[in-house]
Design a protein around this ligand. Structure first.
Ligand code: SF4
Ligand code: F3S
Length: 104
């Protein structure tokens, strides 16, 4: 499965959503997650993310986010269409240490 990680927080560009063939993205207030049971590992979302937030679960950068994607993808609503990015998305795009800002 692919995994959404920290870089998405406060950006939520949603370009990923638009390309997913199985619509397996779920949206929180300032972050998106992928449902690991629905993702078919096609990889098309990964290069679409302007914040480079998406990695395969085999990548070390995905490791701390695997459980978070699994958990919230059963709680948050499904998202299938691109919407506007968050208002300060460009400003937050390359900022480190956003994990604590995840809205649950
Ligand atoms: Fe969707 Fe493919 Fe990305 Fe999985 S890897 S979330 S199936 S676009
Ligand atoms: Fe987030 Fe990137 Fe998608 S910022 S909403 S993972 S395009």
């Amino acid at each position: 499965t692919y995994v959404v990680t920290e870089n998405c927080i406060r950006c939520k560009f949603t370009d990923c959503v638009e390309v997913c063939p199985v619509d397996c993205f779920y949206a929180g207030e300032n972050f998106l997650v992928i449902n690991p049971d629905e993702c078919i590992d096609c990889g098309v979302c990964e290069p679409e993310c302007p914040a480079e937030a998406i990695f395969p679960d085999s990548d070390n950068r995905a490791a701390p986010w695997i459980e978070i994607n699994a958990k919230y993808s059963t709680q948050w609503p499904n998202m299938t269409r691109k919407i506007d990015a968050m208002p300060d998305a460009e400003e937050w795009k390359d900022k480190p240490d956003k994990a604590a800002m995840l809205s649950e």
